[in-house]
Design a protein. Structure first.
Length: 188
């Protein structure tokens, strides 16, 4: 999963860096030469639509999504583990819903041969197919993690369910930041 997350992170970075470069170019062309490429807002929308599911997946795999854990840390180990399984399963269901919505949208676009109401008049099927492919990354990860959580549940491996699927504690976040700081400053 780490290689998968790294690949998605690189793709996310390339997409947003490219979008930033194009927006910068557009801004400079407008200010310096009173010339516009036109449709950069359309391109930005496509970039965000593709980058968002990559970011969802990356946050899920790196366990960096927001979960409120004020109460869970005070619960018994078994209750924490069961809540982590429920959270993992609900995330899988949410991602499948997102995928369903995406497929429906792409099918409607194909049926109606929709085009963007912009200067480029892009046939929407092209960017939406890319969006669909990007959206597949999220349910792929959530379903794999859900199966892993269920396997741990069947083994009654409460500690693994807490460590692998639970929210990161404030102490763990602080330690990770301190370790990262040491690496950046060359102490390790």
């Amino acid at each position: 999963m780490h290689t998968y997350a790294r690949t998605l992170g690189i793709m996310f970075g390339v997409i947003l860096f490219s979008l930033s470069a194009v927006i910068t170019l557009e801004t400079l062309l407008r200010k310096l030469f009173s010339f516009s490429l036109g449709g950069i807002d359309e391109l930005g929308g496509y970039a965000i639509a593709v980058a968002a599911p990559l970011a969802f997946t990356l946050a899920l795999i790196d366990n960096s999504h927001i979960r409120i854990n004020q109460l869970t840390g005070r619960m018994p180990e078994k209750a924490q583990a069961l809540l982590n399984v429920a959270a993992t399963l609900s995330m899988a269901l949410l991602s499948i819903f997102f995928l369903y919505f995406t497929v429906q949208t792409v099918m409607d676009t194909h049926t109606y041969k929709s085009i963007a109401q912009t200067p480029w008049a892009t046939p929407l099927i092209y960017p939406q197919v890319i969006w669909l492919v990007a959206m597949l990354t999220f349910p792929a990860a959530t379903v794999i993690l859900a199966f892993r959580a269920l396997a741990r549940l069947l083994k009654r491996d409460w500690a693994a369910l807490i460590n692998q699927f639970g929210p990161v504690s404030a102490q763990q976040e602080l330690q990770a930041e301190l370790d990262d700081l040491k690496k950046r400053e060359g102490f390790e």
